[in-house]
Write a protein that binds this ligand. Structure first.
Ligand SMILES: C[S@@+](CC[C@H](N)C(=O)[O-])C[C@H]1O[C@@H](n2cnc3c(N)ncnc32)[C@H](O)[C@@H]1O
Length: 270
């Protein structure tokens, strides 16, 4: 398994092509501002008053990726799992959500656990100037396309260039906004991985397994990659995949660069 991802310059042509697509994306986001997303600013845990409503919490989305127990202690929910896994970072933890404002998400953690958090969205459709993050945490909502190199620099600045402990991407309907060329999505994924501190955790939602990449099923491509990771990095990368959901724990000794996903040649990616 090769250890390198395509570089930015190798992908530059495609990135520029994607940037041209942005006009269409911006138009769609403008439309969304008038008819907002049904799933937006989701909570970390299931709302106890959910009643008949469908549960779009991060807990509901990623529950299938959580272990039943860690060191003999049962895992009840995603908050407990994350806070126990990142316990050495309690009070200093840094977290980010790509494709969401992440207000309710990070408010769902124990007060004071996170020091700084960030949510990246194309446009915040529910501006709340009076928003006060819990526990004195500093929270930034960055508006912009996370494929944009300028936005990527902004993301890093908020964390003073430090790596982060927790990364989420749960874009739901926003997954339709991903570039047609799946290599760009994977490039973004490897950027996220590079942002992750050793010991950190990421939860990612990919397009569905029946999504085709140059004629091949994404599910098959990802399965081959997962098998390669399990075979080559058994002690340093904990990777759990269920359908289009993925959890990755970057353990001590993990490679700095995400091991490559072998993607078919992109001739027909629309
Ligand atoms: C359905 S909402 C989901 C919001 C949130 N993650 C949640 O689960 O409640 C989709 C979000 O993806 C964001 N999005 C889509 N493409 C994006 C991109 N390239 N850069 C930043 N945000 C993006 C949209 O701005 C929108 O806020």
């Amino acid at each position: 398994m090769s250890e390198t991802q395509p570089t930015y310059s190798e992908l530059k042509t495609e990135i520029i092509a994607h940037r041209l697509d942005l006009k269409e994306i911006e138009a769609r986001e403008h439309e969304k501002a008038r008819r907002p997303w049904r799933i937006y600013d989701s909570t970390l845990l299931t709302d106890p008053e959910i009643g008949e409503r469908k549960d779009f919490s991060f807990q509901a989305c990623f529950a299938s990726l959580l272990p039943k127990e860690v060191d003999g202690r049962p895992i009840e929910n995603i908050r407990q799992y994350i806070e126990e896994t990142l316990s050495s970072r309690n009070g200093q933890a840094l977290g980010i959500e790509f494709g969401g404002p992440a207000r309710q998400l990070f408010d769902g953690f124990t007060q004071g656990f996170f020091q700084k958090t960030e949510g990246v969205v194309l446009k915040d459709i529910k501006p709340r100037s009076d928003y006060e993050p819990n526990g004195g945490r500093q929270h930034k909502i960055l508006e912009g396309d996370f494929f944009d190199i300028k936005i990527q620099r902004e993301i890093g600045k908020w964390f003073d260039g430090e790596q982060v402990d927790l990364i989420f991407e749960k874009m739901e309907g926003g997954l339709d906004y991903l570039p047609y060329d799946f290599r760009l999505t994977m490039h973004q994924f490897s950027r996220m991985y590079a942002m992750l501190r050793e010991g950190g955790l990421m939860f990612v939602q990919l397009p569905p397994p029946h999504h085709r990449v140059a004629g091949e099923y994404l599910g098959d491509i990802i399965n081959d990659w997962v098998e390669g990771i399990h075979a080559n990095y058994p002690d340093v990368l904990e990777l759990v995949v269920h359908q289009n959901l993925l959890r990755l724990n970057k353990l001590p000794g993990a490679p700095d660069v995400l091991p490559k996903i072998n993607l078919p040649r992109m001739q027909d990616t629309k």
